[in-house]
Design a protein around this ligand. Structure first.
Ligand SMILES: [Zn+2]
Length: 315
C-alpha cells in the first residue's frame, strides 16, 4: 500500500525552457533558483519541489541513505537496486522472450539535475518476460561511477559494472497516466543493462547518443534530439535476463517497477565512460557516482530464463 504522501511525491514536471542553451558558470544557489523557477509553474507543493532540488548522492544535502526519510516509498520492502545472487535465482520456464519495438528518434533530452534523460514519444514498447501486456517507453537514462569496478546499480554475484542503462516503460494498457502507473505495483517496467568498461569489446553504440550530453547543461530545459539513434544497437543479447519486483532507484522511490535486468552486459569504451565522468555536476557530486547503494532483498524471488551453468559474471 502506498501512502498518500508517497503519491504526492510522484508529481511530475513539465519543464519551462530557459533562454540560453549554454551559460557561464553559476553559483550553486543560482542554479537551484533557476531549477525551482523552471518548475514553479507546474507544481504547487513547495516541500516536494524543494526536495526534488536537493536530493542527490554522496556529498549532497540529502544523500541516498537519507532518501527514505524524505520519500516514504523508500521505507518499503521491495526497494531497488539489489545484488542478484546467482545461488538463489530461480529458473522460470514461464517467462516469455523479450521483445522490443523502439522508435529510432528520441523526442528530447533533458538535464534533470541528477542526470540526463532521453525522452521518447508514445509508440515504443517492450513486451515479454513477466509483463502481462506491452509497456510503453517513456525515457532512458544512465547511472555511472567515477572509476573502474563500480557505478552500476544492480550487481551480479557482488560484481558491478561501471554504469547502468535504464529504459523506463509504463503500463499504458492498464493505467491512464504515468502518474497513476507509479502508484501501482505493476505500473512500470524498467529494462536494466549493466555496462562494463572494456574498450576491446566495445561496439561504441552509445556514442551517437552521449555525444549530445556535454551540451545539455541547463537544468530543466528540453533539448531537441535530431537524427536516428538505434537503441537496439545499445542493447546486448536479449535472450537472457533476470526479473524481480522492485522500485524506482531515485526519489520518490515508488515500488511500482517490474525489473528486467539483462544477463549480458553492454561493453563500452574508456572514451565513452570518460564522457559520462566529465559531465559537469550541478551541486554536490550529482553527476558522478549517481548510483543508489544496494537495497535489502527481503526474501524476494529473482527469476531468470536461462541455465546459469558456465555463464560468466559480467567479465
Ligand atoms: Zn535509473
Amino acid at each position: 500500500m502506498i501512502s498518500s504522501r508517497c503519491r504526492m511525491a510522484t508529481s511530475g514536471f513539465a519543464f519551462r525552457p530557459l533562454k540560453k542553451p549554454l551559460g557561464l558558470p553559476r553559483t550553486r544557489a543560482r542554479i537551484i533558483q533557476d531549477f525551482v523557477r523552471a518548475n514553479a509553474s507546474t507544481t504547487d507543493n513547495s516541500e516536494i519541489r524543494r526536495a526534488d532540488v536537493v536530493w542527490g548522492y554522496e556529498g549532497s544535502e540529502i544523500p541516498a541513505q537519507d532518501w527514505p526519510s524524505h520519500f516514504p516509498c523508500g521505507c518499503g520492502s521491495r526497494q531497488s537496486p539489489i545484488n542478484i545472487d546467482l545461488s538463489s535465482v530461480q529458473y522460470s520456464e514461464n517467462l516469455d522472450p523479450l521483445k522490443l519495438n523502439y522508435s529510432i528518434t528520441p523526442h528530447y533530452i533533458i538535464n534533470d539535475g541528477h542526470g540526463i534523460r532521453v525522452h521518447y514519444q508514445p509508440g515504443s514498447t517492450i513486451s515479454g518476460a513477466n509483463l502481462e501486456n506491452p509497456y510503453e517507453l517513456v525515457q532512458l537514462h544512465f547511472h555511472w561511477g567515477s572509476g573502474k569496478g563500480f557505478g552500476s546499480e544492480h550487481t551480479i554475484n557482488g560484481k558491478a559494472g561501471e554504469a547502468e542503462l535504464h529504459l523506463v516503460h509504463w503500463n499504458h494498457i492498464k493505467y491512464n497516466s504515468v502518474q497513476e502507473a507509479m502508484d501501482a505495483p505493476d505500473g512500470l517496467a524498467v529494462l536494466g543493462i549493466i555496462m562494463v568498461e572494456n574498450t576491446r569489446r566495445a561496439n561504441f553504440s552509445t556514442r551517437k547518443l552521449i555525444k549530445h550530453f556535454p551540451y545539455i547543461r541547463k537544468i530543466g530545459e528540453k533539448y531537441p534530439c535530431s537524427g536516428t539513434i538505434y537503441l537496439n544497437e545499445m542493447i546486448p543479447n536479449l535472450s537472457k535476463f533476470y526479473t524481480y519486483d522492485g522500485s524506482l532507484t531515485t526519489p520518490p522511490l515508488n515500488e511500482a517497477v517490474k525489473w528486467i535486468v539483462l544477463g549480458k552486459p553492454l561493453y563500452v569504451s574508456s572514451n565513452e565512460m570518460e564522457i559520462f565522468r566529465s559531465l559537469q555536476h550541478i551541486h554536490g557530486n550529482n553527476f558522478i557516482n549517481n548510483y543508489r547503494p544496494l537495497q535489502p532483498k527481503n526474501g524476494r524471488t529473482v527469476n531468470n530464463n536461462f541455465e546459469l551453468e558456465a555463464e560468466p559474471i559480467l567479465r
